[in-house]
Design a protein around this ligand. Sequence first.
Ligand SMILES: [Zn+2]
Length: 447
Amino acid sequence: MKCNSMKVSAMSAVFVAAVGASTAARGEGRVDWCATDTMPTKASPIAGAGTCPLQGECDIPSVRDSWIPDGSKQPILIRMKFNVFANDDGSDPVATQAEVDAQLAHLNEDFAPFGFQFTGETEFINSTEYRFFSPGEEVAMKTQYADTPNAKLNVFVVVNSAGWSKGTFPWNPIALTALGGIIMADGHFGPNMSIMAHETGHNLGLWHTHHGVSEVGPCSACYETADGTNGDTTGDYAADTAATPVNVNCSGPGGVDGCSGVAWGDTVWQNYMGYASQDCYTEFSPQQSGRIHCWFDAVLSSWNADCNGNGVIDVEEIADGTGEDCNDDGVLDECQGDFDLDGIYDPCDPDIDNDGVLNEVDVCIYTPVGVVVDPDGSPRSDGDDDCDVDIEDYRFFRTCMSGSGPGVPASPSVCLDWFDYDRDTDLDLRDYHEILGSFTGPLNDGP
Ligand SMILES: [Zn+2]
């Protein structure tokens, strides 16, 4: 029964309204239908303006606000993959194609005012085991069935014995891996259902509207107070979604915030990211819209189904031959970068950084063009083997320099391996200029 409560709630909404038994009858006491993380998942959050840590630049109010859409741009189209489970013999899929199509249409209605649309493909997977999913099977199921998760937002449609659905935050390191995506419980999925908008909101970077009250320590650094003084820097990092405790009703929670002594007052119970019954869901806030556009651009842009923005879905361009997809991943090559600007897009460039060392044997495939490399493709002066030449390597150089000079051999021998560019056994001004010219600064593992 648990897993069907939201669908039952939606289907009975008309009846409930007719008898006038409004909020108390809907989802009463039901606050566990979403199992999305309630704790930050990034290993190294950045310091917040106050003391509540940030998961990325999109948590900074001025950055967030710069992404609030003004309606002038065409919507971003996200590639979605519905993995719908059925019994081993193919019978009784958790949703029919018609139900998937209706859910997708409804999701698009929900997101239309906020600059996102979704295009879906469906695969019916015969597995009685995962059709009747239990939480302990999440990793195994996703690992086996996720479909190119860096290019598609995977949705797993199951009967969940625990009753919940869940999304994956973009700042979670697993967001673009098989372990990301969305799990939708059967009672939450289908025609006219908006739980999907809620879970997708998580994937695009939204916390619950009650996060700052009910999912952090009481009066702690990330606690969002009812007096509205810290809405930008705590809780869900959106000041235009007022602080609220968990609220399953389509009306304000009532009561007083014990941390500020102020009444909760007007809250956004109609917001998709709250826990109110979905028949009163109507909106994301402007600042939430800014967050989802910012996080999409920062982390998720490989899900863009029309990556070159020409109005034609990439798979159609690939199918009709107007776009190239040399590695058959369903994404236009032109959207996957040309790191060395040699005219060969990275998915099929055998030497991405054009250092003369083929990718298959290059330990650093994104070395900036022009930096001198060793036979293994690592920058010559990369003493600490992290594929960059930065201040750490410069410190090695300074150590090697001491005791050497024009005509005076440097030791130990690694000093010569790393820094003696002209191979004349000393470290002198010529080598100094070379390491400065090879200075890349700290790099990550690619664009
Ligand atoms: Zn949720």
